[in-house]
Design a protein around this ligand. Structure first.
Ligand code: G6P
Length: 586
C-alpha cells in the first residue's frame, strides 16, 4: 500500500507535500520526506497524517530533488523507525516503496549476516540496503531478479539531481514539463501542475533528470512511452463548502447520474455495450472487494432479472482459490473504484489467463485494472477521496443497470433521467437525530430480504468502517437461525424494507426482534398504517421511485446515517483508523 512521490524542480517541498496530500487516501499511518541539499539529505518523518509532516517541514524552502511517502503499515508497527524514506547502510541513498516484498525476511537475514544494521522492521528497508551506496540503472534492474512480491520504488542519492525508479505490480506514473518532473503512485498528484504524463509498466525501470526521462524494459532496451493527457475534470478534488469529502461525495449523486447519461449516450460507449454479445457466454462473474463486491451483488440482481444465465458474485481475494469454471464462455466483470486493488488485479489476471472475457467496471480510467482488462466501462463518478466509498457504489450499481438493460436491447436513458428527477438526498435533520441516538451504541444490526439485504450489507460496512461501531447485517429470515441470540434489550436493529414482495415477512422478522427488547428502526419506501408505525421506535421514509433504483435511493440515506454518526462521535469520516482507500497489497 502507501503512496510514493518523487520530484525534481522548483519548490520541491511544496510539490511533495501537495502530492502527498493527494496520495493520503493510500494510507496515513506516517509520512516522511527527504530532500537533497548541498550533497546531503534533509530528512523529516512524522507519525500520523501529512498535516503532521507539514508542520515539520515549515523551515525547508529549496529547489532541487526529493522523495516522499505516506504509509499504510503492512510490515512493522506505526513508528518513526518504520516511516519511509529508508536509507542504505552508509546513508548515501534513500528510497520510498509501495508494495510488499514477500521474500524480505530471507534477504534481510543474508544482509544482517554481512553486518548490515537495520533500524526498522519494514520490508522496504531491505530494498534500500540491497541497493547500497551508488545508484545506477544496473542496480535498479537487479531488483527485479532479487525481489519477490510487488514494488514501485523511487530512489535518490546525495549528490545527483536524478530520480531512479522501478515498477512491478504497484502503480507508477511520471509527469513532465520543461523544468520539472514528478513520479508518483497516482496521476492525481499531477493535477494543476502538469498536463502530460507517462504510465510505467511492469518490469520497467529508469532514471529521471531535468535532461529527460529514460525508461528501460527487462532487455535493457529504452522504451518509447505513450504520452497521456491529464484529465483535469476527473482529478479535481475541491471540498467546496463541505467539511469532509464523504458528505460532498454523497451530495454529488445527482450530478453523477448526469455524467453517466452524458457519457453513455456517446457512440463509443454504445458501440462497446453492443459489442458485448451476451449470447456468447454461459456464465457471468462479478468480482470485487468491499463496497465494489456489494455493487456486484446489486449487479447480479439486475442481471438475474434480465438474463437466463449462471451469475456468480465473488470476493476478489477468494476468487483464485475457488473452483470457478473459467473459459472463453465466461464473462467476468472486475469492479473497482480505484482500479488498483491488488486482490482484484490478481483475480483479473487469473481469469484472463484462463481465456475468460474480462471487463473492468472502474472509476479511475487510467488504472492498472483498466489496462489489463479486455474492455472497460467507466462509472463516471469523478475522483472519490473519502476512504469509505459512496458515490462510486451508486455509479457502479447504475452501470450494472445499464449493462442489464442493454443486454436486453432496452432503453435505459429515459429511466435514468426520471430516476434522477426523483432522487432524494434525504432529510438531514431526521437522519441526524437517528445518528445521534446510534452514536451512543456499541452494536447495531441491519436486516432485510433480497435487495434490501444487500443494502443492509453495504450500510453495515459504511457504519462500521467510519464509526467503529460493531455493525452486522443479516437476512431477516435468517435471524431465527442464530443471530437472534444476540438480540437483547435496547439493541438497535435497522430494518431495511423497500421491496413490497418481502415487506410482510420482513415485518414479522422485525417483530421477533421487538419481542426480545430490541429497538426497531424502519427504513422504507412503502406506505405504512398506524399499527405498523406503532411497532417502530424510529422511521425514515425513503422517496418512492422505480423499484430497480430503490437500493440506490436507500443506500444514500444509510451512507448519510453512517456519516452523521461518525461526525457526532467526533471522528473524521474521511480517514477511518486502520484503513486506506486504495488497497494495493493482497
Ligand atoms: C478499500 C476501500 C473501500 C473499497 C475497497 C475496494 O477497502 O476502503 O472503500 O470499496 O477497498 O476498492 P476498489 O478501489 O477496488 O473499489
Amino acid at each position: 500500500m502507501c503512496g510514493i512521490i518523487g520530484y525534481i524542480g522548483k519548490n520541491v517541498k511544496k510539490n511533495l507535500i501537495e502530492g502527498l496530500e493527494r496520495l493520503e487516501y493510500r494510507g496515513y499511518d506516517s509520512a516522511g520526506m527527504v530532500i537533497q541539499y548541498n550533497n546531503n539529505f534533509i530528512v523529516r518523518k512524522t507519525v500520523g497524517s501529512v498535516d503532521n509532516l507539514k508542520e515539520n517541514v515549515k523551515d525547508i524552502e529549496f529547489d532541487g530533488v526529493g522523495i516522499a511517502h505516506t504509509r499504510w503499515a503492512t510490515h512493522g508497527k506505526i513508528s518513526l523507525e518504520n516511516c519511509h524514506p529508508h536509507f542504505s547502510f552508509k546513508n548515501e541513498i534513500c528510497l520510498v516503496h509501495n508494495g510488499i516484498i514477500e521474500n524480505f525476511e530471507k534477504l534481510k537475514e543474508k544482509l544482517v549476516k554481512k553486518g548490515i544494521k537495520f533500524y526498522g522492521e519494514t520490508d522496504s528497508e531491505v530494498v534500500a540496503k540491497i541497493l547500497g551506496e551508488n545508484l545506477s540503472l544496473k542496480k535498479i534492474k537487479k531488483l527485479f531478479s532479487l525481489l519477490e512480491g510487488s514494488f514501485s520504488i523511487v530512489s535518490i542519492s546525495k549528490n545527483k539531481k536524478e530520480l531512479f525508479f522501478a515498477k512491478y505490480k504497484s502503480p507508477l506514473y511520471i509527469a513532465f514539463k520543461e523544468k520539472s518532473m514528478m513520479v508518483a503512485s497516482d496521476p492525481s498528484c499531477f493535477f494543476g501542475k502538469f498536463n502530460k504524463y507517462l504510465t510505467i509498466d511492469d518490469g520497467e525501470y529508469g532514471k529521471i533528470s531535468l535532461n529527460g526521462i529514460e525508461v528501460y524494459n527487462q532487455d535493457s532496451q529504452m522504451v518509447e512511452k505513450k504520452v497521456s493527457k491529464i484529465k483535469t475534470k476527473e482529478l479535481a478534488d475541491d471540498k467546496n463548502k463541505f467539511k469532509y469529502y464523504m458528505l460532498k461525495e454523497i451530495n454529488e449523486s445527482k450530478s453523477i447520474i448526469d455524467n453517466i447519461i452524458e457519457r453513455y449516450k456517446q457512440s463509443q460507449l454504445i458501440f462497446r455495450l453492443k459489442s458485448l454479445n451476451i449470447k456468447n457466454f454461459n456464465r457471468i462473474y462479478l468480482v470485487g472487494c468491499g463496497t465494489a463486491y456489494h455493487a456486484g451483488l446489486v449487479g447480479q440482481m439486475y442481471f438475474k432479472e434480465m438474463l437466463e444465465k449462471d451469475i456468480f458474485v465473488c470476493k476478489a481475494s477468494e476468487f483464485i482459490f475457488e473452483k470457478n469454471i473459467l473459459d472463453n464462455k465466461s464473462l467476468c466483470f472486475f469492479i473497482s473504484q480505484s482500479g488498483e486493488t491488488a486482490d482484484t488485479i490478481t483475480a483479473l489476471k487469473f481469469a484472463k489467463n484462463r481465456g475468460a472475457k474480462t471487463i473492468a467496471i472502474v472509476n479511475a480510467e487510467y488504472s492498472t485494472i483498466t489496462r489489463i482488462a479486455d474492455d472497460f466501462f467507466p462509472i463516471c463518478a469523478g475522483l472519490e477521496k473519502a476512504v469509505a466509498s459512496t458515490k462510486a457504489y451508486l455509479a457502479q450499481c447504475i452501470i450494472f443497470y445499464i449493462l442489464a438493460k442493454s443486454f436486453k436491447n432496452e432503453d435505459f436513458i429515459s429511466n435514468l433521467i426520471t430516476f434522477k428527477g426523483k432522487l432524494s438526498l434525504g432529510n438531514n435533520s431526521l437522519i441526524k437525530r437517528l445518528a445521534s441516538y446510534l452514536s451512543y451504541k456499541d452494536k447495531v444490526f441491519f436486516i432485510g430480504r433480497g435487495i434490501d439485504y444487500i443494502t443492509s450489507l453495504e450500510a453495515a460496512l459504511k457504519l462500521k468502517e467510519i464509526t467503529y461501531i460493531y455493525a452486522f447485517a443479516e437476512c431477516s429470515g435468517e435471524l431465527k437461525h442464530g443471530t437472534l441470540a444476540l438480540i437483547e434489550k435496547e439493541i438497535p436493529v435497522i430494518v431495511v424494507a423497500t421491496d413490497k414482495k418481502t415487506f410482510a415477512k420482513v415485518l414479522n422478522n422485525a417483530y421477533e426482534v421487538k419481542a426480545r427488547g430490541g429497538k426497531l428502526i424502519l427504513i422504507t419506501s412503502i406506505a405504512i398504517n398506524k399499527e405498523i408505525k406503532d411497532n417502530f421506535d424510529f422511521i425514515i421514509k425513503i422517496r418512492r421511485c422505480d423499484e430497480k433504483f430503490l437500493p440506490i435511493q436507500s443506500i444514500i440515506i444509510l451512507q448519510k446515517l453512517a456519516y452523521f454518526t461518525a461526525v457526532k462521535m467526533g471522528l473524521n469520516p474521511d480517514m477511518p483508523r486502520n484503513l486506506a482507500k486504495s488497497v494495493t497489497v493482497e
